[in-house]
Write a protein of this length. Sequence first.
Length: 437
Amino acid sequence: MFVAFAHAFKTPDLRRKLLFTLGIIVVYRIGTHVPIPGVDYRAVQQCIDQTSTDQRLFGLVNLFSGGALLQITIFALGILPYTTASIILQLLTVVIPRLEALKKKGQTGTAKITQYTRYLTVALAVLQGTGLVATARSGALFPNCAVAGQVVPNRSVFTTITMVITMTAGTAVVMWLGELITDRGIGNGVSILMFISIVSTTPAALWAIKEQGSLADGWIELGGVILVALALVGLVVFVEQAQRRIPVQYARRMIGRRSYGGTSMYIPLKVDQAGVIPVIFASSLLSIPSLVAQFSSGDSEWKAWATRTFAQSDHPTYIATYSVRIVFFAFFHVTITFDPDEVATNMKQYGGFIPGIRAGRPTADYLRYTLNRITWPGALYLGFIALIPTIALATTGASQNFPFGGTSILIIVGVGLETVRQIESQLQQHHYEGFLC
């Protein structure tokens, strides 16, 4: 990886792209520290110092915003509204025929879907911004802080609307910065910004583990966490690159005097076909009962049960529900993104077949059977990685925002591998151009 970056900086074109990407990252990180109007910055900092870093309800959003959520800055919502909108549009593409038709139109249809994604991102940003302002005004954002009610001193309608508009505009700017990186930089801009947000919170989380440790002034606990992190990175890299390659043979056809086909290729089916999406969906859904219970009035038995069960990540019911939902969403995502019938139809249309399998329906059944078999270990692997924060909480006393938690490490490793692949492919392209010249 470091060799690829070193060679990239020696190439003028790639060097400009890397420097442009670094410049956008600096702008993004500056925006995560600029507070929005209507917020008492001193009260916010006092609450952050007083309360625990274990923010169960808002930990996922705070993680994706690089810590900007709890500081209530202009980039408080981060890139999460855009990510959520992209996932929703991806799911709706299978359900709504118009979106499916747009997807098949190529670049024109993709541009239209991207435009719909932007509109949905703004709508989600308004909704989430309103929820964040209401949570901050009620003091629920910092439940253990004495001055939590003073975070938003002015509660007028004009101030509330200004705060929501500012955070929505900040989300739009973050979306624009991500698209700039995609067009003029290196890698996928949205993934890069999400990667930076997660990595930026890692040093503080590691230092907190060192401060909480008791062996050798906390250095032994810190070293143990780093060793576990390296082992997890190796596991994630191994699984993310694991594939089941299904061979495909194309029959030779004579058209006029030319011969077509007769080639061999393969269909790569990844073990972790769904990626990090099942973990994000499961985490988001599990936070809903605690959020509803927190804003509900009274002391009902349901509120006490929801708070006790879904606000504690080490509760057996929480662990079981979390694991089952990850497995379910892993199969659900694979089902809607990979259609064995369509793949089998396309193979039959172009004269392709799997050796030993008849074309048509038997090929679709074979692909479906193989995909189900490799999805099980991939889903169980996602569940294991996602439960790392719970294991860390039980063994080291770390917060739920464990620096190498399930969602964090999947995104960090996935984005890192993809960025390195893009750099290497562009380096190879430059080498070919130099050879031809």
